[in-house]
Design a protein around this ligand. Structure first.
Ligand code: GFB
Length: 313
């Protein structure tokens, strides 16, 4: 498949950087990339000027204000407003400048808190959302609806993909912002290096999460860019989920740490479970390649090269 040009919005983030790696590895050389300093996607005029000038043929929108459960709870205003600003600007400028194919990225948190498991695409808007990430989820639902509106009203090929929880190289290891995998990799590593005998895990340890390596998600995004042309949302998950307790056990085994787990019940659990039904994507012929063990091992290797690995004793 060849495209004249592809704008990857948010190319320095966890997802965007994986998308760039995947596209380049698959022969796409014609990528348009802009850092936040070069183009603030919250600035409507700047975004519209950029699209009018560059006129990308394809857009993959991996730009978003993201974070784990704590960041979502601490900054609800920023999570709803900035995501609405970014996506409204990027989607509307894509429409106005004649983008041929637009790929929007949602999240499994768009589905109701108590949706039947595994969660099929039809569960969207069938129940109340999880409160810890409702602002983020509502912004993402608005993005899906805007893409679907352009498809229905103007026949645009604007698609929306819902990944499960993601992890991998490029993750954020700052405890105030991080998702569970990078947070626990850092905590377990610290405990091992410092010789501590306990690790503080947030919540009860019983919530289940479906964890997809970001390189697999990037591959799914490219696959869907090339092969999926429907405004109906489509899930992209790993296919299995595990409890947070099981996740810490896997990370501890990979890092080689025997510290005991202490569960901090003052911290929120979030959604009890959000396993996606990804059969629509599987039936198109795509599957993830990395097992959770391989993915966590590879992410730990990447973590060891960051400054977060330098534990001060
Ligand atoms: O990945 P996470 O921050 O977000 O947390 P969500 C997942 C689970 O891990 C929760 C537990 O039950 C946490 O209580 N957990 C245990 C920890 N220890 C830790 C820790 O040290 N750090 C963190 N961060 N969690 C996010 C949404 O929800 O899911 C986002 O907030 C997005 O908006 C993302 O939708 C996919 O999975 O609960």
């Amino acid at each position: 498949m060849t495209y004249r040009s592809i704008f990857v919005a948010g190319h320095r983030g966890l997802v965007g950087s994986a998308v760039v790696r995947n596209l380049r590895a698959n022969g796409y050389a014609n990528l348009i990339l802009r850092s936040r300093d070069e183009l603030d996607l919250r600035n409507s005029q700047a975004v519209h000027d950029f699209f009018a000038l560059e006129k990308p043929e394809v857009v993959i929108d991996a730009a978003a204000r993201v974070g784990g459960i704590k960041a979502n709870v601490d900054f609800p205003a920023e999570f709803i407003l900035e995501n609405l600003q970014i996506q409204n600007n990027v989607i509307s400028a894509s429409f106005e400048s004649g983008v041929e194919k637009f790929v929007f990225l949602g999240s499994s948190c768009i589905y109701p808190k108590f949706a039947p498991q595994p969660i099929s695409e039809d569960a969207l808007l069938s129940g109340v959302l999880e409160s810890t990430n409702e602002p983020y989820a509502i912004a993402k639902i608005a993005g899906i609806k805007l893409c679907q509106a352009y498809a229905r009203e103007y026949g645009k090929n604007f698609i929306s993909i819902m990944p499960s929880n993601l992890y991998g190289p490029g993750d954020d290891f700052d405890f105030d912002k991080s998702h569970v995998v990078p947070a626990l990799i850092r905590k377990v590593h610290q405990a091992k290096v410092k010789g501590e005998d306990q690790i503080l895990v947030w919540g009860s340890g019983s919530p289940r999460r479906e964890l997809l390596h970001v390189d697999d998600l990037a591959d799914a995004l490219r696959f869907l860019l090339e092969n999926y042309h429907s405004p109906d949302i489509i899930n992209a998950g790993y296919g299995e989920d595990i409890t947070i307790r099981e996740l810490v056990a896997i990370i501890s085994e990979i890092i080689g740490c025997k510290a005991r787990l202490i569960f901090d019940h003052t911290k929120p659990d979030g959604t009890p479970r959000k396993l996606l039904d990804s059969s629509r994507l599987r039936n198109l012929g795509w599957r993830p390649r990395l097992t959770l063990h391989e993915g966590v091992r590879q992410t730990y290797d990447w973590f060891l090269r960051t400054s977060y690995a330098d534990v001060v004793l």
